[in-house]
Design a protein around this ligand. Sequence first.
Ligand SMILES: *Cc1c(COP(=O)(O)O)cnc(C)c1O
Ligand SMILES: [Zn+2]
Length: 418
Amino acid sequence: MGPSTLTHLECSNCGRQADAEVLQTVCPACGKVLLARYDLAKAAQSLTKESLGRRVHGGMWRWRELLPVRDAKNVTTLGEGNTPLLPAPRLGAEVGLPDLWIKEEGLNPTASFKARGLAAAISRARELGARAIALPSAGNVASAAAAYAARAGLPCWVFMPDDTPATNKVEVLQYGAHLVLVRGLIDDCGRMVRSQAEKRGWFDVSTLKEPYRAEGKKTMGLELAEQFDWTLPDAILYPTGGGTGIVGMWKAFQELEQMGWIGAKRPKMISIQAAGCAPIVRAYDAGTRSAPRWEHAATVASGLRVPAAIGDYLILDALRQSGGTALAVTDEELLAATGQLARLEGVYAAPEGAATVAAFQYLTASGTLTPQDRIVLFNTGSGLKYQELAPAPDAPVIEPDDPALDALVDAAEPRARR
Ligand SMILES: *Cc1c(COP(=O)(O)O)cnc(C)c1O
Ligand SMILES: [Zn+2]
């Protein structure tokens, strides 16, 4: 495999360049998001559609030329990426969208797509000499950070709101990370991480506050192009919190176009948020390029409980430039959609992923999506992590060999005639 062709970092706001060979957080000049830049002509020498096709193993690291890690020994992997793109004909028929697909990210290590971002960020942080990593988290990112830090042999500090789901707390502790539970919100945790990180030399891997998590998430866009044989779908529905996935995929499409692998056509990028925390939807509707903080954020979909996103302008640009939109669904709707997706397609989605399914009724009614469109929804995580949200099991209980069994089964499934 060819080496990384990373050249420098560039501010997405003021355009200032920054050195990619030292640990960087946000733009030193304006405090906005730094993006990684590559020598794409050089990448194209070893990364071709043919060579990629021969790289059967390696998950997202098959795209190594377009990722930031220079030395293979720093690649910290648990097998992330290369997730299936599943046709969804039964759900598609029910919602009137016959060309519907699911990118199933729940199969990643630690059961969410956060694995991609943290694999990239922690690998590169390790390469650049980070001694410990730290981050605020209200959910899946904590699990991924703790797992990849363990794999890299780096200490990890996680600051979590006290009310984070129990599964994430258990995982963080099992992976041997330090866990601090804060009686507050995710931004309170973020402030605490920043002050400690400065004092102690921890490297802060908060969403878009370092350049490489987005690079890991970018591989979702690269894979999608490959899986559709170098065409892109008409629309992508993406449950949006901090927005690394949207920003990363949008960047992936630009890089692929610059390499001549795809054309200028872009999918409508559609952000789905929860009604109890929808800063991007509000800003999209207001026509602004920044999304003010959402007060009293509340939703069961913890990955969507992000009141303020540092990359708001990048998310909103991608939605608008692609002719996409942003839409919020209620917790009640997204929880009902979890069952619908599981029953019809065998995919037990995280509530964030299911939120995209809940949005179909609105997007078809408004004409944003039509039956001719090829549509991909992202299931960003596994529903198995959210047991406390699942309905209580409701199944018959009987004694062994109880003769009532026949009647019980008949009631659910009448006997076929012989
Ligand atoms: C973090 C998370 C999201 C939001 O992802 P962003 O790319 O930060 O917007 C969505 N779904 C799940 C399951 C998550 O863990
Ligand atoms: Zn800047």
